[in-house]
Structures are given as structure tokens and as C-alpha cells.
Write a protein that binds this ligand. Structure first.
Ligand SMILES: [Zn+2]
Length: 459
């Protein structure tokens, strides 16, 4: 091995050079290694408020979906530099943005020159409200930036009565805020009659699908819609319409109805609990289940809409209850209603939103599989999904939310309609409403069709 001998001799003859070469090689390797292992900021660096700083566990599935999402974001950043707007360096009025087909939050943030981190912070706050994901076509957004071009406020305009915002606080995170304008309600009596069938007759007077299904719901079991109805059968309705400055807000609400079929007059009245009752206060709408599961599982995290973040001290509500359900547990609809959303959220995972009859609604998060479709009607007790561990979780569980008039309530303790009639203390108020509605619907008062009673909403 003459070469090695030569090299060894050379090295020992010139020890200082040999030492310098070694040091140089070592430093070079160190730099290369460091550039390979230095982590880029990713989701796992952010700890959600409700994790109580417990390390995050990911299923392999979830991990790939997160990586995919990161990949999409990165590829957008690099694919068309001309599309991204220059960083705004002076304070400006809010930037209005209307959601177009194909938009993602990541693309919009990128176009506005906003950081991925700020998007994740906003989405983190959104987990308890689900306002941002999925984006709805034609929805209006407003981005308020500071003079550094950083996001300070993100507002989604829901309708003319309501907008919600995520506002940056000192700690860099975002807090949820609502801006609600008072609505004026008008009640009107509508007198009509059957022509064709009930559905067509209701359509003719401009009744919404939801209100038609309420009518079917309350008369079902008492009227056979195919056999009993006759051309010209009279029906009368009380409708409540909300307006702000003359512009309608939300859906028209059906408050009372009467229909005369085969000589018998059927009536139904809406009570303040959102359910329909007959004139004696007996329920015409089904009650709710307390548990969204067959068994009562351990509550791993309670409902707490006043919860504060342990570190920042800012509001970080838990708008539902976490049930320690193993992956694959059957999840049940807790009331009768319609599936209004089936979607995926970075933090909430795969989730379902259901609108129940009356003022109730529910959300089911972190599911492994969904057994219903958007728009599908569901029955109380129907299996709608299997629980899972998707989104941002510390383990398999079901996050279950119950909403009353759009507000989350504690599903385990809130008063829900499990009884079949109006309570004695609410009876007086109900009876007064019934007398007023019956008089408004009366055909003897038909000259008073223009008779409007205006009430201003207390909230
Ligand atoms: Zn939860």
C-alpha cells in the first residue's frame, strides 16, 4: 500500500496542514447536517388551548392530510409569484374580499402577503366556532392589516345583522368577536287554500322548504295528506319576518297554522322553546336525546364557554363536551332534522352540522366516518357517523355540541325538551299567544289581512 504509506508520511511531516483539513471537514459536515435537521415551523409547534399542553398524537392518516395541506400551501407560494400582492407596509382600511370558486384560506392569505402562522392562529381560534372552514362561495370577508402588513382582524360578514371577527391579541393569538344589529320583527297572517297539493299550495305563497316540512311534521299522523286533502281546503298561517332597515334578515319563521280538513280544524302553535304544541299545550314535535351515543361515555373534557387560556388568559371556550368514545363508536342524531354540513377542518377533523326542528342544532367533530349526506333528513336516534380521532386531538373522542338559537349550550345540563307538554309556569304566556294567533288567523277577520303587529327583538 505505497499510497497510504506516502499519505501517512506526508501527514506526519505536515501536522498543522492535516489538522486544518480535519477542522475544515468537520465544520462543513456540521453545517450541512444543521441545514438538514433545522425544523421549519409546522402545525405541531402550535399548542391548542384545549390540549392543556399535552403532546399531540397523530394517526398516520391525519399526518398525511396535514402534510398534504402544507404541501398545497407551499406550492401555491412558489407557483405564481405575480399573483401575490406586495407586502403592505402602511395602515390601510380593511381589504374586502368575496369568496370565489376554488378559493382556499391559504391562497387568500398568500395573496395578501399574510403569513402561514397567522392563518394557523386564526384557524386555531376557529375550531370552537367553525366560521371559516369550509369557505362559502360569495361570502364577504374583511382583512384588517397593521402597518407591518400583519393581520390584526379578520371579519366574515354573515348577513346584514351579523358579522364575526377574529381579532389579534397581544400574545399573537386571535379572539372571537361578534357584531350584531337589532332586528325588527313583523307578524303577518296569510290566508290561503289547497290547490293541487299541500306542497304546491305552500310554494305558491312563497313558503320555504323548511316551513313546509314543519307543516308536514306537525300535521303528520293526524292528517293523511294524500287521501284527506281536498281542493279548496282552507289553511291559515302566522309568519314572522325579521328586518333591518327594511331588508329581510334570515328565514321567515312559521309561528302558527290552522288547516281545516274533512270538517275538522287542526291548529299548531310555536312556543318559545321552539317546538309546536296544540292549543292545550301538548307537544306536536319530538323531543331530544341527551346523549349522542347508545352508552354514556366518560366526559374527558366538559363544556366551558367561559374558559380562559391557561397561558394567555384570553377567552378560549370549549363549546362542546368531549366524550371518550373509542374510534368507530356509533354516533346518533339527538333530534329530528336536516344535515346542513359535512366537511373537514384542520383542527375539528371530519365533522357534521345538523339543524334540528325548533331552535336546536348540533355539531359532531373528529369523526372517522360520516354515514349521512348534506341535505339529508335525519331522525332522532339515527346512526349518522362513527367517532374517530381526526383533526387536532389528544386522543380518540367525540366533541359534541348542542346549539339553541345558534348558541352553544352545555349538552349535558341544559334544559332540553324531554317532556311532552308545556310547563305550568310557561302556560299563561303560551295561552296569550294562542288567543292572539287564533284571532289573527280567523277568517272573520280577513279584512284585517294587512293587520301587522310589530315587535322589536329584545336581544
Ligand atoms: Zn372538544
Amino acid at each position: 500500500m505505497p499510497f497510504i504509506k506516502y499519505l501517512a508520511d506526508w501527514a506526519f511531516q505536515a501536522p498543522r496542514i492535516w489538522f486544518a483539513i480535519n477542522v475544515f471537514a468537520f465544520v462543513t459536515l456540521l453545517l450541512v447536517y444543521k441545514s438538514l435537521v433545522t425544523p421549519t415551523k409546522n402545525l405541531d409547534d402550535y399548542v391548542l388551548p384545549n390540549n392543556d399542553l399535552v403532546p399531540v398524537l397523530h394517526t398516520p392518516e391525519e399526518k398525511t392530510s396535514l402534510e398534504k395541506a402544507e404541501g398545497l400551501y407551499d406550492s401555491f407560494f412558489s407557483d405564481d409569484p405575480l399573483q401575490s400582492v406586495e407586502k403592505i407596509t402602511t395602515a390601510l382600511p380593511p381589504i374586502k374580499y368575496v369568496i370565489k370558486s376554488g378559493d382556499t384560506l391559504a391562497r387568500i392569505f398568500s395573496r395578501l402577503g399574510l403569513s402561514k402562522e397567522s392563518m394557523y392562529s386564526v384557524l386555531e381560534a376557529d375550531q370552537e366556532y367553525l366560521v371559516l372552514d369550509p369557505l362559502q362561495l360569495n361570502d364577504e370577508y374583511e382583512f384588517t392589516l397593521d402597518d407591518q402588513g400583519e393581520l390584526v382582524k379578520l371579519t366574515r360578514v354573515i348577513d346584514i345583522s351579523k358579522s364575526v371577527s377574529y381579532v389579534r391579541h397581544d400574545n399573537g393569538g386571535f379572539s372571537y368577536e361578534e357584531n350584531i344589529k337589532p332586528v325588527t320583527y313583523t307578524q303577518v297572517a296569510v290566508h290561503s287554500e289547497i290547490s293541487g297539493n299541500l306542497y304546491l299550495s305552500a310554494q305558491k305563497i312563497g313558503l320555504s322548504e323548511a316551513n313546509v316540512s314543519i307543516i308536514y311534521g306537525v300535521l303528520k299522523g293526524r292528517v293523511d295528506f294524500r287521501k284527506d286533502l281536498r281542493e279548496g281546503d282552507p289553511f291559515d298561517l302566522i309568519l314572522k319576518r325579521g328586518t333591518i332597515d327594511g331588508v329581510q334578515v334570515g328565514e321567515v319563521e312559521l309561528e302558527a297554522l290552522q288547516m281545516t280538513v274533512q270538517g275538522v280544524t287542526y291548529r299548531a302553535f310555536l312556543h318559545s322553546d321552539g317546538r309546536f304544541y296544540d292549543k292545550d299545550g301538548n307537544s306536536l314535535t319530538p323531543s331530544l336525546r341527551r346523549w349522542p351515543t347508545y352508552k354514556e361515555y366518560r366526559i374527558s373534557s366538559s363544556f366551558n364557554n367561559k374558559r380562559l387560556h391557561p397561558i394567555t388568559g384570553r377567552p378560549a371556550p370549549h363549546n362542546g363536551v368531549d366524550l371518550a368514545t373509542p374510534i368507530g363508536t356509533k354516533i346518533l342524531a339527538t333530534g329530528d332534522g336536516v344535515v346542513t354540513r359535512v366537511a373537514n377542518h384542520r383542527y375539528a377533523g371530519r365533522y357534521i352540522v345538523i339543524d334540528y326542528t325548533g331552535p336546536y342544532g348540533a355539531r359532531f367533530l373528529h369523526l372517522s366516518s360520516v354515514l349521512v349526506k348534506k341535505g339529508q333528513k335525519v331522525k332522532r336516534g339515527q346512526v349518522i357517523a362513527l367517532s374517530g380521532n381526526t383533526g387536532r386531538t389528544t386522543g380518540a373522542h367525540l366533541h359534541y355540541e348542542l346549539h339553541v338559537n345558534g348558541r352553544p349550550v352545555n349538552p349535558m345540563t341544559t334544559k332540553i325538551p324531554t317532556t311532552q307538554s308545556i310547563s305550568a309556569d310557561a302556560k299563561d304566556e303560551y295561552n296569550k299567544d294562542v288567543v292572539r294567533w287564533v284571532s289573527m288567523m280567523s277568517r272573520e277577520n280577513i279584512v284585517n289581512q294587512e293587520d301587522l303587529s310589530v315587535i322589536t327583538d329584545e336581544d
